[in-house]
Design a protein around this ligand. Structure first.
Ligand code: 4NP
Length: 151
């Protein structure tokens, strides 16, 4: 299974989501990547606060570089997870058919379906926001891993 994690800048939330799911599903033959709906930070490393929180949990995300979401991603990935409702709406607006639309979900819908919950954007906040993002991602990626193991 190929998973794509998508946020706005691809420097805070989705690189962490990529690192967390990669680590949890190494044994399941998954491929995980991430992208942003905006191009502001293309080519950059993840935000130092995401690098630090990942490192705290023994996940190395320093080799990641930000890229923008592209419509080819609909072909290259089996599942596309949006971090928040704006990212979700942006990706859906680029989908060309129902098959592409059906690949896209809000990541937190794996935990609480039909509640439209978002991973809050931590960019303008402090370190606590990143700890919270890690906590939410760790919890939902565990659910994704468990579902994959049952397939
Ligand atoms: P991300 O966070 O979408 O989780 O990577 C952001 C990063 C950068 C900006 C906004 C959110 N920005 O406005 O530059």
């Amino acid at each position: 299974m190929k998973f794509l994690m998508v946020c706005l800048g691809n420097i805070c939330r989705s690189p962490l989501a990529q690192g967390v799911l990669e680590k949890k599903t190494q044994h399941l033959n998954t491929y995980v990547d991430s992208a942003g709906t905006a191009a502001y930070h293309v080519g950059e490393k993840p935000d130092y606060r995401s690098i630090e929180i990942a490192d705290k949990y023994n996940i190395d995300i320093t080799k990641q570089r930000a890229r923008k979401f592209s419509i080819e991603d609909f072909e290259d990935f089996d599942k596309i997870y949006a971090m928040d409702i704006n990212n979700y709406n942006n990706i859906i607006s680029l989908a060309r058919n129902d098959s592409e639309k059906n690949k896209v979900s809000l990541i937190l819908s794996e935990k609480d379906p039909n509640t439209n919950q978002s991973i809050p954007d931590p960019y303008y906040g402090g370190e606590k926001g990143f700890e919270n993002v890690y906590y939410m991602l760790n919890e939902v990626c565990e659910i994704i891993k468990n579902k994959l193991e049952k397939r």
